[in-house]
Design a protein around this ligand. Structure first.
Ligand code: PLP
Length: 367
């Protein structure tokens, strides 16, 4: 058998007709950037995410960056974020000139350890940026309580968790202004780059609207120094098609994850995903851990099973962040995750025969 880590085939087959129709509509409309398709998608996504406002932008990194800019975060400010996230979370903070304050994750859920949050707050702290990593919701009740107590903003990085909930409330609707990514591999993925901000604050939404479009509301009149991070009509039209299928695809992701968990539990030396009480997990990724990660990866790849590593190097050890002066051992939980994590194939449309095959190979390796 050959099971790729990523496959769009089943999803594409299901929606091919609708995607072609959407393309044809945009092509014929002859309006390609920030138009009706974008505002229709923004309204649909805001409804889906139970927020008042959605602002479409070019990608998830820009969404995070623009979110911080709407809060006037910049040089001299500190932003707390996990030590074990995808690099974009850190980059967004760097782009504002603010200081990144990494906080270790919980060793079981891999999400920011809220019990360590308060200790990292200083008079310069302006915001907390939790990341719903791999598709599991952070402990948002505790995050919001701490933020409120210390008068901080919260910006959720919801790139990996669209449709996820914490105690029934959707991620991306807790923070003051939040960001998500529609990169093709995401649970809701475009056919190219795309992203969005979500908020219930009309003022912040208005600011994000300006910032994404050169800081301009009226063409050629610029109120603030903005960027060009607009969502195009094609991607918005495609996303509107795919949004209708998202909940079904999330159910499928959960079904595949449950099958993995059932078949893989009890293997000594293999750590399976742990979902915290109250948290939902929409399994953007199914991440297992083992000290024999590299050998397991090599074995699976050799036997036709594609895998991923999310992520092999913790941000503080990246060359790009050398100037911060961190060294190995500074964030041991993040480092251990980076050294031991392995993501299994998880694609809506995956058959039981494929899931069984992956599990058989893993059992074979540990024997
Ligand atoms: C947690 C997280 N934050 C931010 C991003 C950035 O999104 P994008 O690739 O659309 O810039 C991603 C995905 O790539 C991500 O996984």
């Amino acid at each position: 058998m050959n099971i790729p880590f990523l496959s769009f085939t089943a999803q594409n087959n299901l929606i091919e007709e609708e995607i072609r129709t959407a393309f044809e509509r945009v092509f014929q409309n002859k309006w390609y950037v920030l138009g009706k398709e974008v505002s229709d998608f923004e309204q649909a996504y805001a409804r889906y995410n139970h927020v008042q406002h959605c602002i479409g932008v070019a990608n998830g990194l820009d969404a995070l960056h623009i979110a911080l800019k709407t809060l006037d975060i910049g040089k001299g400010d500190e932003v707390i974020t996990p030590s074990n996230t995808f690099i974009a979370t850190w980059l967004a903070i760097s782009q504002t000139g603010a200081t990144i304050v990494p906080v270790e994750p919980d060793a079981q859920t891999y999400n920011i350890d809220v019990d360590r949050l308060a200790a990292s707050i200083t008079p310069k702290t302006k915001a907390i940026m939790p990341v719903h990593l791999y598709g599991q919701a952070c402990r948002m009740d505790a995050v919001m309580q701490i933020a409120q107590k210390h008068n901080l903003f919260v910006v959720e990085d919801n790139a990996q968790a669209q449709g996820c909930t914490y105690h029934g409330k959707l991620t991306g609707s807790f923070g003051h202004i939040n960001a998500t990514s529609f990169y093709p591999t995401k649970n809701l993925g475009a056919y190219g780059d795309a992203g969005a901000l979500t908020t219930n604050d009309a003022g912040l939404a208005q600011k994000a609207n300006l910032l994404r479009n050169y800081g301009s509301e009226k063409k050629y009149y610029n109120e603030v120094i903005g960027v060009n991070s607009r969502l195009d009509e094609l991607q918005a039209a495609f996303l509107s098609v795919k949004l209708k299928y998202l909940n079904g695809w999330l159910d499928e992701r959960k079904r595949i994850a449950a099958a993995y968990t059932e078949q893989l539990s009890g293997i000594p030396g293999l750590i399976l995903p742990f979902t915290a009480p109250g948290a939902d997990h929409v399994y953007h990724l199914y991440v297992v851990r083992t000290t024999k990660r590299n050998e397991l990866e090599e074995y699976l790849n050799r036997n036709g099973v594609g895998t991923g590593i999310h992520y092999p190097v913790a941000p503080h050890l990246q060359k790009a962040y050398q100037h911060l002066g961190y060294k190995k051992g500074d964030f041991p939980v993040a480092e251990e995750i980076a050294e031991t994590c392995l993501s299994l194939p998880l694609n809506p449309g995956m058959g039981m025969d494929e899931i069984n095959y992956v599990c058989r190979q893993i059992h074979g390796f540990f024997k």
